[in-house]
Design a protein. Structure first.
Length: 325
């Protein structure tokens, strides 16, 4: 019996007749499609969006154009997408920070993550990693924890700042392990990676895509990943959950549309996205960047995930007394 991915892969060869559904979607897409990103050109999400956009262009017969709107902790890109016409020509390539954690970290946002967008589908989950310089004395996550407990306040851990996903993850990890650490904030993950490679910082908490090239080059060593399952490409790296059962934190990338986009168009894009992600070659190319894809799912499944994550982060930020600023 074919599994779900094999079935979806087979569907990719079927014609588009009847693909989009009734009403507005009968002629969709009738013009080029914009993918708005909150990250700069050359970033992991940018590379992934261009891969997906390339295959969607071939499938849909309209160009998918990636438009980078970085800055403002995702607010610039998210606002631009939220204010775009809900006509099926613009979609937002969203992250967990943009749609889940930002409302708990900032008192005022120029967009509403919950009411300004309509879920379309997932692209992939993004594991995070705890990494050190290749010449660091720590050979395992256990050794790192042992050192931190024996030397309170002396372990420098780099991240993108206290109100980023990596910064929050660092705080949660330290609290659950009972560690007294010294977080070091950077303006960008690339700067943090560079200082860790140079040996100027002890430990780095970042998304896997940002460190994977340096890990493969032998300049960084990843001690643990933050998902409950091991990460392809880092198959020998244990999980934090091996030490802290149930610990499961990850970013993700998904596609949403401006609120008001018609349901047939949302469904049409969801099906198109699922079809291109079913291509095992594309899935592998995305994985080399970092995200792990299991298909787009459905808009309803993405909405359920967003609701669950909102509830989870509401509790976490309350438990750790993290106040929005």
């Amino acid at each position: 019996m074919l599994n779900r991915r094999e079935c979806l892969f087979a569907l990719a060869s079927l014609p588009l007749a009847g693909f989009a559904g009734p009403s507005r979607a009968q002629n969709w897409p009738d013009k080029p499609i914009r993918f708005i990103l909150s990250q700069p050109a050359g970033s992991g999400p940018d590379a992934m969006a261009r891969l997906v956009g390339h295959d969607l262009t071939a499938l849909l017969g309209q160009a998918v154009i990636v438009e980078n709107r970085p800055g403002g902790q995702n607010a610039i890109g998210a606002q631009a997408a939220a204010r775009s016409a809900a006509d099926g020509s613009t979609f937002y390539v969203a992250t967990a920070a943009a749609l889940v954690t930002n409302p708990f970290l900032f008192k005022s946002l120029s967009y509403d993550p919950r009411s300004d967008f309509t879920p379309v589908g997932m692209v992939g989950v993004v594991p995070f990693a705890i990494s050190v310089n290749a010449n660091a004395p720590f050979r395992s996550f256990t050794e790192l924890v042992t050192y931190a407990k024996a030397n309170p306040g002396k372990l420098d851990i780099a991240n993108e700042g206290p109100r980023t996903f990596g910064g929050l993850l660092t705080r949660f990890l330290a609290a659950q392990l009972g560690l007294d650490i010294h977080p070091v904030s950077y303006s960008s993950v690339s700067a943090a990676v560079n200082d860790t490679v140079a040996g100027q910082i002890g430990v780095l908490v970042s998304d896997v895509p940002s460190v994977l090239p340096m890990v493969k080059a032998g300049r960084l060593r990843t001690l643990a990943v933050t998902t409950t399952d091991r990460v392809p490409g880092l198959d020998n790296v244990p999980t934090v959950a091996d030490t802290l059962p149930g610990f499961d934190f990850y970013g993700w990338v998904g596609i949403v549309a401006p609120a008001g986009t018609s349901a047939p168009v949302v469904q049409a894009m969801n099906r198109a996205l699922d079809r291109v992600l079913a291509n095992l070659d594309l899935a592998e190319r995305i994985r080399t960047i970092g995200p792990i894809t299991h298909g787009a799912g459905t808009p309803a499944q993405m909405q359920a995930m967003l609701d669950k994550e909102h509830a989870r982060w509401a509790k976490l930020t309350k438990d750790f007394d993290i106040q929005p600023e």
